[in-house]
Design a protein around this ligand. Sequence first.
Ligand SMILES: [Zn+2]
Length: 504
Amino acid sequence: MTRRITLTLSICLINLIATAQQLHFTVSMEQPANHYFHVELRCSAIKDTATDFKMPVWTPGYYQRMDYAKNVEHFTVKNAAGDTIPWHMSAGNTWHISHQKQAAFTISYDVKTVRLFVGTPYIDEERAFIRPAGVFIHPAGRINLPATVQIKPYTGWNNVATGLDSVPGRSFTYTASNFDVLYDSPFLIGNLEELPAFTVRGISHRFIGYELGDFDRQAFMNDLKKIITTATDLIGDIPYKHYTFLSISPRGMGGIEQLNSTAISFSGESQNDTASRIRALNFLAHEYFHHYNVKRIRPIELGPFDYDNGSRTNQLWVSEGLSVYYEYLIVKRAGLSTEEDLLNAFTGNIKAFEKGIGKRYQSLQQASYETWSDGPFGRKDDKENKTISYYDKGPVVGMLFDFTIRQKTNNKKSLDDVMRTLYKEYYQKKQRGFTEEELRQVITKIAGDPLTELFDYVYTTKELDYTKYLGYAGLSMDTSTYKITRLPNPTSLQKKIVSSWLGE
Ligand SMILES: [Zn+2]
């Protein structure tokens, strides 16, 4: 894929040239059927006489230990004369290399790939997917160094798609201003299809994938544009220069978010019937909204990342739970689903949460923190599942917060104001994440009330009072089916709340 050459690209290049220490990766894939990438890293002018090179043990967005380094084989280091340089592993993800000061040397290794999944690198005869945390190593303590990456696609493959900016005049060569950016920028390689791109607020949005299936491409991209327009209107700002959906496989619905891209599994065939179409649009809205909620509106623990140990936070219920909440609302407000679809989605989450015994044992905060040991959807191997999923309780509690803020402010404020304030105050002004206390302060200020009981729903296993909180929006829930419907004879405030919530 070619990219527009912008002024910013040239600035990046100048920065790179001006930097003494240089790191240039080449990734080749000569035998895709063997499922291996070959990586070469040319280093020059590296300070000191020994360097630890590290591979992350996880990738941000997927809160599980992946131990990517265990798939690295045939690690060798050579100096400029071609002589082998000694190295040893000083930790499970660390290669200690002794070298001459300011010397140039080349590290090469193979990465064995085992699983077609958005959280792992993968290659077969059909396409290659580079999950960067599982392919690229970095000099320890120097995450801020820039790097370039040249991709050498397998013979006959014509396309490389990534959120990184390309280096003009060099084929399939990309630049990352530091390793956080590189680890945040997956690559999809193969003979790919690009759907008709669109712009929102003058910014280009692309959808590139492999084996997308039989569906109405233009209608789908029109829907996606409505989703992105609705999401960006909600926050009021687009912080990236371009955005790319990378669809790696038609099977499954996994997704991992990045700052200006998302890697997903997606089949266009989902667009051919109403229920699966809405599920898929919700999923895409979720992954897209994450570029705000978690990448920029983020818990303080989620950046800078601890690539060696993982970054634990009590607030994934915000990052994940509220992204589920907003996926439903964005698709509804974009005019792509009905009120019934929206309420049914909440019924699904309430049912999943209320029917499990985990609700008596684990709070939302605990589910957030313990996901590293419990797994992405809670523990599955207990005799009785004493965990909950923040993907279920998170959006439900989000809805209760939203209705309460609207009720306390005569519908002048909502959870949308909370998201906008977090974006402005912490991402734009302070350029950092927020603490639990700061989130409480923002909500308290906007609601004009500390909303103590709602925070109890986050920090304890207190039973949720659906009657009271759904009532604020003129809604009620049937306690046997969990079905949510409108109350007869709503007050004018209830009517106002529900219709502005729905985006009517
Ligand atoms: Zn998510």
